[in-house]
Design a protein around this ligand. Structure first.
Ligand code: CYC
Length: 168
């Protein structure tokens, strides 16, 4: 599991180089945004269950067939599994925000998920939509607190991209 600093050091160590100007600029950006990243994660953590619920309701509102008989979130067991998955995406997104690196998402969430979803028949399109809705819900809350929203975008966009590649 890597963060922005260990990723950078790993790259320079591989080629035996001292940190150059680009590296220093990247490090400066990492430390400059540190406080904002911590604040954004605090906002999420203080209301995570409500964020998941709100995003879930919006997803099912947009895609009501999911919760009708035959839908992939039909029955309380599947409905709960879907919200639990959204909660996983949210929690790991907060780790990635702090790390300013997507490695934790690849390693702990996305690796092997394609096989699981395919074998269960869980549809990728609505899953990506759920991730995007969650991002929008959080962006709104974070922006209200005056924190730049690009911090929020990175992990959710990474997950969406990874899923979208998977679905091809
Ligand atoms: C921390 C990393 C991690 C992830 C990501 C994870 C995902 C995950 N989601 C699962 C199921 C599931 N996931 C969903 C999700 C959805 N249904 C929908 O209609 C929506 C599109 C979507 C929610 C947005 C559903 C319905 C199931 C249960 C499917 C079934 O058993 O029929 C399963 C199968 C086993 C189980 O039911 O627990 C796994 C492993 N598990 C993990 O340990």
């Amino acid at each position: 599991m890597r963060d922005a600093v260990t990723s950078l050091i790993k790259n320079y160590d591989l080629t035996g180089r001292y940190l150059d100007r680009n590296a220093i600029d990247d490090l400066k950006a990492y430390f400059r945004t540190g406080n904002a990243r911590v604040q954004a994660v605090r906002i999420i953590n203080s209301d995570a269950a409500a964020i998941v619920r709100q995003a879930g309701l919006a997803l099912f509102d947009e895609n009501p067939e999911l919760i009708r008989p035959g839908g992939y979130a039909y029955t309380t067991r599947r409905y709960a599994a879907c919200l639990r998955d959204m909660d996983y995406y949210l929690r790991y997104a907060t780790y990635a925000m702090i790390a300013a690196d997507s490695d934790v998402l690849d390693e702990r969430v996305l690796d092997g998920l394609r096989e699981v979803y395919n074998s269960l028949g869980v549809p990728i399109g609505p899953t990506v939509r759920g991730i995007q809705i969650m991002k929008d819900v959080i962006r709104e809350r974070v922006a209200e607190a005056g924190i730049p929203t690009f911090i929020v975008d990175q992990p959710f966009d990474h997950m969406s991209r990874s899923f979208s590649e998977i679905s091809v």
